[in-house]
Design a protein around this ligand. Structure first.
Ligand code: ATP
Length: 363
C-alpha cells in the first residue's frame, strides 16, 4: 500500500481551478518532488496534504486512512518553508525541541533527541545560538532538524532552498539526499527549479496549469518527456515542428519543417497527419567542420551564429541553411581548448536518428 495516495483532488478558487483532478501515490521512503512553473498549483497541493487547505473534491489517504477531516496538527506530517519560520527569541536547541515540548516529552528524552537531530544536520556547535546569529543555510538546517524531530511520516518542503545562493544550494542538495537516506522518512519537495528536481528526487511529478503532466524518475522525465511542455520545461532542448506523413507497423515517417523527412520507430496512437515536434537534446547534436560532409549520414549544413563558453562546455547556436536554429552542446574535454568553431564558420550538424523523439500535440 502506498504511504500517501491522492485521488482526483480538485481545488478551485472562485472559477479558477488551481489543482485540477490530481491523482498520484507516493511510497514510504521516497524522495518525491512536485515540479512546475510558478502558479501551477504545487503549493496548493502541498497545503492540502499538510491539512492547511481542503480539496473541493477528491480524497487524500495516508497509510490507507482518509485524512480529509484530520486537523493539520493531528497529521503525522511536518512542513518546512523557504522562510525557515524559526522562533527568533529561541536558541537553536529550543527551536528544535519545540515540537517535543508541545507533545509533553520528558526533558531527558528531549535533550537526547535534540542532540541527535543536531548531529543529523551537522549543527551541534550551534546549539546555543539564536537564529539571527546563523547563515541562511544553517537556519534551514535548524528547520530540517525541527521538522524531523518528531519523526513524521511525511516531511513536506516548499522551496526550502529557494533563498540560498547557488553554491550553498548545491551543498544543501547533497546534504538533503544523505539526510533523507539516513532518517528514511518520506520527503515531498516542491520546486520550480528543474535542475534541483533532477538532482534530488527519486521520482518527479511535473505539473502545469493544475494538472500532473508526467510522473517518473529523473532519467525518464529528462530522457523521454511525455509532451512538448515537459520537453521544453526540463533542461535545454531543440524543438522542431513536424508532421507525420506515413505510419506503418515498423516505421513512422515525418516531415520536419525546413529539414526534410526523417524516419523513426512507430509510436502508439499516432496517425498520419498528426502535428507535433521533433525533440533533440543539445548534447546529442554533433557539429563537424564542413569538409567532412560526404561521410556523415543525415547531415544538415549551416553556420555558427553564436556560442557561449562556460568552462567545461560550449553551447553553439547554429543556423541551418533553411533558417532553423539548432543548439549543440560540446564538451571542452581537451585541456586549454576554449572552442572548436568561430562565429560564421560553415559547419555540418547531425544527430543519431534514435536521439530524436516525436512529441505529438494533442488538443
Ligand atoms: P509558486 O511556485 O509561485 O509558489 P505554485 O505552483 O506553488 O506557484 P500555487 O501557490 O499553488 O502555485 O497557486 C496556484 C494558483 O492558485 C495561482 O494562480 C494562485 O494565484 C492561485 N491561488 C492560490 N491560493 C489562492 C487563494 N487563496 N485564493 C485565490 N487564488 C489562489
Amino acid at each position: 500500500m502506498a504511504l500517501l495516495e491522492l485521488r482526483n483532488v480538485i481545488r478551485r478558487f472562485g472559477d479558477f481551478t488551481a489543482v485540477d483532478n490530481v491523482s498520484l501515490s507516493i511510497e514510504a521512503g521516497e524522495f518525491f518532488t512536485l515540479l512546475g512553473p510558478s502558479g501551477c498549483g504545487k503549493t496548493t497541493l502541498l497545503r492540502m496534504i499538510a491539512g492547511f487547505d481542503v480539496p473541493d473534491s477528491g480524497q487524500i489517504f495516508l497509510d490507507g486512512q482518509d485524512i480529509a477531516n484530520t486537523l493539520p496538527e493531528k497529521r503525522p506530517v511536518h512542513t518546512v518553508f523557504q522562510s525557515y519560520a524559526l522562533f527568533p527569541h529561541m536558541t537553536v536547541t529550543d527551536n528544535v525541541a519545540f515540537p517535543l515540548k508541545m507533545s509533553k516529552v520528558a526533558p531527558a528524552e528531549i535533550k537526547k533527541r535534540v542532540e541527535k537531530a543536531l548531529e543529523e544536520v551537522q549543527l551541534p556547535k550551534f546549539a546555543h545560538r539564536f537564529p539571527h546569529e546563523l547563515s541562511g543555510g544553517q537556519k534551514q538546517r535548524v528547520a530540517f532538524a525541527r521538522g524531523l524531530i518528531n519523526r513524521p511520516r511525511l516531511l513536506l518542503m516548499d522551496e526550502p532552498l529557494g533563498a540560498l545562493d547557488a553554491k550553498l544550494r548545491e551543498d544543501m542538495q547533497r546534504e538533503l539526499i544523505s539526510l533523507q537516506k539516513e532518517v528514511g522518512i518520506t520527503f515531498i519537495f516542491v520546486t520550480h527549479s528543474q535542475d534541483e528536481a533532477l538532482a534530488l528526487s527519486q521520482r518527479i511529478a511535473v505539473m502545469n496549469l493544475g494538472k500532473v503532466e508526467q510522473i517518473g524518475t529523473p532519467s525518464v522525465i529528462y530522457g523521454t518527456p511525455a509532451n512538448r511542455f515537459i520537453a521544453d520545461f526540463i533542461g535545454k532542448i531543440n524543438l522542431m515542428e513536424a508532421q507525420v506523413t506515413q505510419i506503418s507497423n515498423t516505421a513512422m515517417t515525418l516531415e520536419i519543417n525546413g529539414l526534410g523527412t526523417t524516419v523513426l520507430p512507430p509510436k502508439k496512437e499516432i496517425q498520419a497527419g498528426d502535428q507535433g515536434v521533433i525533440a533533440i537534446r543539445p548534447e546529442q547534436v554533433a557539429v563537424h567542420a564542413l569538409a567532412k560532409q560526404a561521410e556523415i549520414p543525415h547531415a544538415h549544413t549551416g553556420k555558427v551564429l553564436d556560442f557561449l563558453y562556460v568552462g567545461d562546455v560550449t553551447t553553439y547556436v547554429i543556423e541551418l541553411d533553411s533558417g532553423i536554429q539548432i543548439e549543440a552542446l560540446l564538451a571542452n574535454s581537451s585541456p586549454g581548448r576554449a572552442r572548436f568553431f568561430e562565429v560564421d564558420d560553415p559547419v555540418i550538424v547531425s544527430w543519431p536518428q534514435e536521439a530524436a523523439q516525436f512529441l505529438v500535440d494533442r488538443p
